[in-house]
Design a protein around this ligand. Sequence first.
Ligand SMILES: [Zn+2]
Ligand SMILES: [Zn+2]
Length: 357
Amino acid sequence: MSKWSFCKETSSAVVLVELICEKLKGSIVEAVCTKTAIDLAGEMRCSFLAFSENRLNLEKHVLKSLAEKEIFYSYIIYLCQPRRHVESFIKNEVNKYIYTDHREKAQNILKKNVDDIKNQISRALFVATEEVKTQQGDLEMWLQKFSSLLKDVLAFSSIYSENFTDVNDFYFLKKGIEERLIPVFEDMKKHSLDKMKEFREQPDQILIKQLCDCCWETCPFCAAVCTNTAKDHSPNKHSVPFHRPSGIQGWHDLETLDLCVDFCTTKVVSDRLFRPRPGSEEFIPYKIYQTAGGEYEKWLITADGSNLTYWKWFLCRFQKELEDCHHLKFEGSGEIPSDWREYTKEEAIQSLDEMYK
Ligand SMILES: [Zn+2]
Ligand SMILES: [Zn+2]
């Protein structure tokens, strides 16, 4: 081999190392971020209370956080668009967990994933190089082995070996790639937590997919959300273990215009009537509410008298705002019982615990 051909081969190999590393770099960042997003979602499902159990448990934490913040506008979003509110609750909690409260833990999960990928690449380099050496293969074989060993770990698009037919020192290639990737891995360990935001798979989206893929139908009287974990659970009726006073949604007495304080669970055993649709001439007894058809028919409201202290407190706390909102009053038949006014916010929050044991 002349001096000239040695240099040519070396520079060709250097270009190839550069090319392979450029291709690997983007894929490594994406693979680490995706794996970290999945791991962080899993981590939160295990150790973050709001996400660790079932749907009811999540609802409990949503209601708890609403009471802690005590902002009427947030309640309105929750009452009118429960899914939107729950999704933004998940998003906020995930961001707080990862980027503030447990940043170090999240960073360590990311670091571990960087090390894992680093080891997998090292191993693929080693195995490809050894096998090509034993089988006296060429560059094409080396590239094929290397990418097939990594195919489950990251995307590595093919490189045309024809442009590099003079490269046959695979140890040089292996060593070159390993060295060239060191700063890439170091850089990722330092900065990549924020980089996760650039990728499709995000921990909050993973959790939203897992926790919100359920039934979102609301009670036709009080708008409480069905707690069935299946999106479509027909023929089983929609149901919820806790209803609310329907005056929160603006239900009122048609003659006196008093807002209604009764919980659905009480109304379905009363002798009163309701108008199922605005403007309809027909009145239906609450006792046979399902005969009103439509959404009424799809709900099962049991008269178990489970009247959550939480909603009694809420009604008293935001009475004025609710009255302004509906341009009606809680008075006369809809007067709020005086003992409801004695509940504190702490008792309201505690009542949620009793509900979801
Ligand atoms: Zn209801
Ligand atoms: Zn349902």
